[in-house]
Design a protein around this ligand. Sequence first.
Ligand code: FES
Length: 221
Amino acid sequence: MTRYKRQDPEITRRKFINVAMGTTAAVGGVSLLSTLGAANPVFRLTANKMPPQAGDILVHAQESKEGQPIRIADLGPQLVRAWPQGKDENGDPVIRKGDPNNILALYRFPKGQLVAPTNLDATIDGETVAYSDICTHAGCSVGDSDINAGEMKCPCHSGQYDPKRGCIVIGGPPPRPLAQLPIKLEGDNLVVTGFFLTYPYPYTNENEWESIKKEVEAQRT
Ligand code: FES
């Protein structure tokens, strides 16, 4: 299993800001919100680092299949990792793995097993669901639980999530659920219909997340 281990959250957060700014210069304690606000429009998020967004298709993240579009038949009650794939400024396909926090966790459960607080309108047929795969505690990649089938466990500090119930926290230190990504089926492709429904890691509050969404929207138009 590929593991996408994250670093200390504050280090990762600063690194993310640097990457988002396209510079390696230190930005110290400057907040993401003010940094990006002040930077606009000189600095732009590049397409490979933008968060998943409407129109992206989901492709395999596992090394042996990386980049292949995910099909419904590929999915089941065990975690499948995915990247969002969008388009760059020239309209060419780009996998958004320039930001490792864009890694996604996909599941497909038998009808009736996905329940609230999962947003069922944002799933495919109430069976297939997508979440951020990055732990909200300190940013490690979350995997399937090796003890309880159908649950997720973070390898770093044993945070546990329930992917059938909106990825709520059911154990350990994570402060909030994994963010759900709205998806639909279009032809054979799994297609993203909007931004994460709640703020994903590494964001620390809704305001930061709203700011990034606005930045992305501005660059899309
Ligand atoms: S990073 Fe600490 S529980 Fe996941």
